[in-house]
Design a binder for this molecule. Structure first.
Ligand code: GLC
Length: 725
């Protein structure tokens, strides 16, 4: 009887699965057949129209055949305000939306599920605003702390990027909107970004600069990729045969389409042969009267094809890829989703990401969390405490529906029985010295307050700032150094003298030089640009309503000279003459350098404190072939609930080619109640042990002993064990 029932249900299951695969295969076949049928009906003129922009943020459609224009919009952490054809902000449209925390705040959560939630909000709001492609995520590796766009990106570590990028892209694309992973590739500085020529070893490319993009394509199935401005090994990245045809389309079997960065195309033939599918932004050089037929993929392309100088089948491939994305997002034959806008749920997601992304760097004598019973007055000092940041940074700007500043957040949580007073302390004027009157006011306030919360750090330049050089964390400009700008060191020094109980919260896209005051302040938080709910998130962490769990996704060096792109590499390269930037730092990016070259950073990659403590124990390794499972226990030994990000690093003993001291190959975010203990497993496949041998030009795995290192930060290894493979 039993066997009969099992075989019946097994048979039923097999029938279901077969019909599922048959249907999905049929659907794929149908789409391919529909695409081919459309391509056959399109004239050459119509195909040419589809492969270049039709306005600042749209590409050409063919109404005759029901092929719509594609509507794109920035940016990686919110849907950008509307632009007219003439590139001026349309200040009359209802385009205030959800302003999420920026890329490196998301990465600092080390929580891939939040990556998905982030993408889902972004995709839903993009759909609501009628967009088909959101131009994000930006995932260029954070190589130098000076890069103006670090705030938009995620990490110095390719494994962390490849884990966080997948959720983001799936979140966006499940809303019926295409993500556009950018900027492919090696766009790691803003200095001379339009013209530099990046040179690096194949090993650095494969081990450091490509993995995030590879995961976006192979795991997240991203629909579109944006080529970057710079040259890569002498050829423009947006028309680069190696990057686009060889790696992206052939090796990774990318099915979607490649668009250029805006105004990143330099000639017709090279772009055409080398894999560029859609030319965007060339109108920028034609303002104020752009002629979209004058694009490289406009009349010129049409003429070359008509003259038989370029084969039309290449154009058919480009158009087919664009149609593939249209079918995949329901733009043709499908039901376009409607999306949501400015919902409480979206705002809650922004808050959660900020709460999990803000990093507690230092907390001496447990000055944090603040105990509201013994505080009557709080001084909130610093321009960043009251400054709205959402419209800053360049193309990633967002007109936030609202933005809770740190000052707002602290006032919200303080309630009536704590007096909160504010002093600006400094003004944003690059090259301007400290304003003594402002300092005096701030010092006086600090003196008479129980606690000081100083909110400083870097700042977003607003777009117009780029040209009056107030800009710091912004597109198109790098920071001049790691100094905390606008005379803040001086101000902070005086505040700390006036009131040693001064907690420092830094806003910005990454490391700044803290050496002048770090020993005197009892607590430091890295606040990134934590989005519209950032002020509430910071306040909840300050008062302990939220237990911080964020960890640094990039190393904070003590000073610029310690950074590998400075010490080993070239940054920003020979921007005066050859425009070549040699990545001599190679694979030694971030902690791969500091640990290997024994340079102690200010705060290490993966560092972040909690209001509780975690104990690691019982590390066991089990190998099946080249797959290893690391099992261990983590216990919350403190009095409050918290979340620990357990990080697993691999070290190869006596590697054939030099390897970094350690490489992140696994992590898990574990939420634990006080006293609670959990057993965690992290699975490692052969990729966790391989490195790219650019002499053999392939990934290799030595027969070697590998140390498995486990801990709460790259410089805080709690357990280690060795396995021979
Ligand atoms: C910009 C940026 C890119 C953005 C595009 C459209 O120059 O490099 O990230 O998506 O142009 O604004």
């Amino acid at each position: 009887m039993n066997t009969k029932r099992i075989s019946k249900s097994l048979l039923f299951f097999i029938i279901i699965m077969c019909s599922y695969f048959k249907i999905s295969a049929q659907m794929k076949f149908d789409t391919t057949a529909k695409i081919q049928a459309l391509v056959k009906q399109l004239t050459t003129e119509e195909k040419v129209k589809m492969v270049h922009a039709s306005s600042s943020f749209t590409s050409g459609g063919v109404a005759r055949l029901g092929i719509p224009e594609i509507v794109t919009s920035d940016g990686p952490h919110g849907v950008r305000p509307e632009f007219g054809r003439d590139w001026n902000l349309d200040n009359n449209s209802l385009d205030s939306g959800t302003y999420l925390p920026t890329g490196n705040c998301l990465a600092a959560t080390w929580n891939p599920q939040l990556g998905y939630a982030f993408g889902a909000v972004l995709g839903s709001e993009a759909r609501f605003r009628g967009k088909n492609i959101i131009l994000g995520p930006g995932i260029n590796i954070i190589r130098s702390p000076l890069n103006g766009r670090n705030f938009e990106y995620q990490s110095e570590d390719p494994f962390l990027v490849s884990k966080m990028v997948v959720g983001y892209i799936k979140g966006v694309q499940d809303q019926g909107v295409s993500a556009c992973v950018k900027h492919y590739a090696a766009n790691n500085q803003e200095s001379k970004r339009f013209t530099i020529n990046v040179q690096m070893s194949e090993r650095a490319l494969r081990e450091i600069y490509l993995p995030g993009f590879k995961a976006a394509v192979e795991v997240a199935k991203v629909n579109t990729v944006m080529g970057s401005y710079n040259k890569f090994r002498g050829q423009w990245a947006s028309q680069n045969n190696y990057l686009l045809n060889q790696i992206l389309k052939k090796e990774w079997n990318f099915k979607g389409f490649v668009m250029s960065d805006w105004d990143a195309v330099h000639n017709t033939e090279e772009a055409y042969w080398n894999g560029l599918d859609l030319e965007m932004g060339t109108d920028l050089r034609m303002l104020p009267n752009p002629d979209y037929n004058k694009f490289y993929y406009g009349d010129k392309l049409l003429a070359l094809i008509k003259a038989g100088k370029l084969s039309e089948y290449i154009l058919d491939d480009k158009v087919s890829r664009i149609l593939y994305v249209m079918f995949k997002t329901g733009m043709i034959d499908g039901k376009l989703k409607t999306g949501d806008y400015n919902t409480k749920a979206h705002q809650q997601t922004a808050a959660t990401i900020a709460e999990e992304g803000i990093v507690l760097l230092k907390n001496e004598n447990n000055i944090l969390p603040l105990n509201r019973n013994n505080i009557k007055t709080i001084a909130v000092i610093g321009f960043n405490a009251a400054r709205k940041q959402s419209m800053g940074g360049g193309s990633s700007q967002v007109r936030a529906f609202y933005e809770i500043t740190p000052l707002d957040g602290i006032k919200n949580i303080a309630g009536n029985n704590i007096k909160v007073e504010y002093a600006q302390g400094y003004e944003i004027q690059r090259g301007g010295g400290a304003n003594q009157q402002m300092i005096d006011e701030a010092v006086a306030l600090a003196k008479r307050s129980d606690i000081v919360v100083y909110v400083g750090g870097s700042t977003h330049g607003y777009r117009y700032d780029l040209w009056n050089d107030n800009a710091y964390d912004a597109e198109a400009v790098d920071k001049p150094n790691m100094d905390m700008p606008f005379g803040q060191d001086e101000l902070l020094d005086q505040l700390l003298k006036a009131n040693p109980k001064t907690v420092v919260a830094l806003m910005g896209g990454g490391a700044i030089d803290m050496t002048k005051w770090i020993s005197k302040t009892p607590a430091i938080l890295q606040n990134w640009y934590a989005g519209m709910e950032g002020g509430n998130a910071l306040a909840r962490i300050l008062f302990g309503t939220v237990n911080p769990s964020g960890k640094l996704p990039m190393t904070f060096p003590k000073k610029l000279e310690d950074n590998p792109s400075y010490a080993l590499g070239e940054y920003p390269g020979d921007t005066a003459k050859s425009l070549i930037v040699n990545y001599h730092d190679d694979i030694y990016v971030g902690y791969r350098y500091y640990d290997t070259y024994k340079v102690t950073p200010q705060f290490a990659f993966g560092h972040g404190l909690s209001y509780t403590n975690f104990e690691y124990s019982n590390l066991k390794l089990a190998a099946v072939g080249q797959n290893v499972t690391a099992t261990f226990m983590v216990k919350n030994t403190g009095k409050v609930a918290g979340a620990e990000i357990a990080q697993l690093y691999v070290h190869e003993q006596n590697a054939v080619l030099p390897r970094p001291e350690k490489e992140l190959k696994g992590f898990d975010k574990i939420k634990l109640a006080p006293g609670e203990q959990k057993t965690i497993s992290i699975k490692l496949d052969e990729n966790a042990f391989k490195y790219f041998d650019d002499l053999k030009n392939e990934w290799v795995m030595d027969k070697a002993a590998f140390d498995i290192l486990l801990g709460g930060a790259s410089d805080d290894i709690k357990l280690r064990s060795t396995i021979k493979l």
